[in-house]
Design a protein around this ligand. Structure first.
Ligand code: C2O
Ligand code: CU
Ligand code: CU
Length: 544
């Protein structure tokens, strides 16, 4: 055990600390690239083979496109567990019921290492797709977990160290729909009237090959494509009947943030977010949807004549993405509007379900529920020219920090904020390292980040902080920054439900209440701008 590499050291440490929490087979907690086998004691209700493979699909007119994709095979369980997304590179949609015991055998038929993560699900570390659990080409990894989530739309995607962005970009992703009794009892639109819509942006070359250009610039700001795909198709059109629908949107783009609105000015009726239904429907003129966020919309086409059309557009906004990111120079010129998908009413029907007034009770966390009401654990976001980090460190660098050791079965107050200390004012990483739980960086954020602050102003951007494990509640957004820019996006935040990702705008400090229940182990937290994640804007909590 000498001369360990940093990576080797990390693995050994976790094995020692965590062995009792998840002993599977003989390999108590030590991940190897050879993968993990099924455990004979786990009585699975549902069993799936999920193969990561190369494929060729028709996306645009003309030549087909080479992609990587998940292919699924149902071994055991209800017939509706797996549904292919027709004509898409997207992996099959998995449909689970709360309480089911699930076994998924991931087989890597790609030319490089990979590991899948079930984004939004509350599962043990061994089933979470930890980057260090990545398996080699040809190997398999067996995930076993019980569905503890309430009804919600989640998704699966690779979580491979430094290769998440490219693997997702090539096509690896799929949906996970969780159902439960409580939601079923509401009688929301289901079957053909419940439509998942996955939004992604891509670039194609003249031969319809996926292009992932941009180099350092892309790594800094994230990838922005010029072609919007919905469920893997361009110019997506939906044909509907004149009744109520449930449209369930996921932003599975690497970096692009959308500001969604109907082109005819109809308001949006939001019934759910990342972690499932809201307490009651909420109306918005527009909704912001950052990478990995989900939004559940009730859309009623009743009374619209056959032939009526609506287009969901992404509207312009400013202040979240530096102008540099979009290939512009100087001040933030905002993000232009563009269409996402369109809907045509093609059938008249006479009855339609009614929008429930109340959806689900959500018990809001109160001060007395929090383990640390006066000393929030910090997530300090740092983005400088050559480096992306959280709490002063890149992923895999440095040991656990004090604030990253979390007692199991506690609810923690966490404060997420921008730390601009790395930008040459001498207060950067050293200070972050020494920072205790008190959030010693207070006051360093907003004041420095108005527009026109030169390099710093141009570099400050929204980050989309995602925490693995249980869904959290957003308690508070404090803002000190560009109020005019903020007016172009802030009404589109839906903060009242359960969340696993939160957009943290430049100048914002966001407080969340995050439960760390049931499972000990290492659980990631990171920016879901996948380029940022791969650049190191990711760390982990050790739940002990
Ligand atoms: Cu969607 Cu850690 O990821
Ligand atoms: Cu996740
Ligand atoms: Cu980021």
């Amino acid at each position: 055990m000498q001369a360990l590499t940093r990576r080797g050291f990390m693995l050994t440490t976790s094995a020692t600390v965590l062995a009792p929490a998840f002993a599977f087979g003989e390999q108590a907690g030590v991940y190897t690239k050879a993968g993990v086998a099924a455990s004979p004691d786990f009585a699975a209700d549902v069993e799936i083979n999920l193969i990561c493979q190369r494929d060729v699909v028709q996306i645009l007119k003309g030549a087909p496109t080479k992609v990587w994709r998940y292919a699924g095979e149902l071994i055991k369980g209800p017939a509706n567990t797996l549904t292919p997304v027709s004509g898409a590179y997207f992996g099959p949609t998995m449909r689970f019921v709360k309480g089911q015991k699930i076994r998924i055998r991931l087989k890597n038929d790609l030319p490089e290492d990979t590991i899948a993560h079930w984004h939004g699900l509350h599962v043990p570390m061994a089933a979470d797709g930890h980057p260090s659990a990545a398996i080699a080409p040809g190997a398999s990894y067996v995930y076993e977990f019980e569905m503890r989530n309430r009804a919600s739309m989640n998704f699966y995607h690779p979580h491979t160290h430094e290769a998440t962005a490219t693997q997702v970009y090539r096509g690896l992703a799929g949906l996970i729909m969780v159902e439960d009794e409580e939601e079923r009892a509401l009688g929301l639109p289901g079957g053909e009237f419940e439509i998942p819509l996955v939004i992604q942006d891509r670039n194609f070359d003249h031969d319809n090959h996926l292009l992932y250009g941009g180099g350092m610039h892309r790594n800094m700001f994230g990838f922005y494509g010029d072609t919007v795909l919905v469920n893997g198709r361009p110019n997506y059109r939906l044909e509907v009947a004149s009744r109520a629908y449930r449209l369930r949107l996921l932003n599975a783009s690497n970096a692009r943030i959308y500001k969604l609105a109907w082109d005819d000015g109809s308001p949006l009726t939001v019934i759910g977010t990342d972690g499932g239904l809201l307490e009651k429907p909420e109306t918005r003129r527009y909704v912001m949807l950052a990478p990995s966020e989900r939004i559940d919309l009730w859309v009623d086409f009743s009374g619209r004549p056959v032939g009526a059309q609506m287009t969901m557009r992404s509207l312009g906004f400013s202040g979240l993405i530096p102008s540099m990111a979009m290939g512009m120079s100087g001040e933030d010129e905002g993000v232009e509007a563009f269409p996402i998908f369109s809907v045509t009413v093609t059938r008249a029907v006479s009855d339609s379900p009614k929008l429930p007034e109340r959806l689900t009770p959500i018990r809001r966390y109160r001060r007395e529920d929090l383990a640390n009401p006066n000393a929030p654990r910090p997530i300090a976001i740092n983005m400088s020219h050559m480096r992306m980090s959280l709490n002063g460190d890149e992923y895999g660098q440095g040991g656990l920090q004090f604030g990253e050791r979390v007692p199991v079965d506690s609810v923690q107050l966490i404060e997420i904020f921008h730390d601009h200390g790395g930008m040459g004012n001498g207060m950067g990483n050293g200070m972050s390292h020494g920072m205790g739980m008190g959030g010693g960086m207070r006051g360093m954020g907003g004041g420095m980040m108005g527009p026109g602050m030169g390099m710093m102003g141009m570099m400050s951007m929204a980050h989309l902080i995602h925490l693995h494990g249980q869904q959290f509640q957003i308690l508070e957004r404090a803002f000190d920054g560009d109020a005019d820019a903020r007016a172009t996006y802030a009404d589109g935040f839906v903060d009242s439900g359960w969340k696993d990702t939160v957009l943290v705008a430049p100048g914002e400090r966001v407080k969340i209440a995050k439960p760390f229940g049931d499972f000990k182990g290492r659980f990631m937290y990171h920016c879901h701008n996948l380029e940022h994640e791969d650049m190191g804007m990711m760390r982990e909590f050790s739940v002990e």
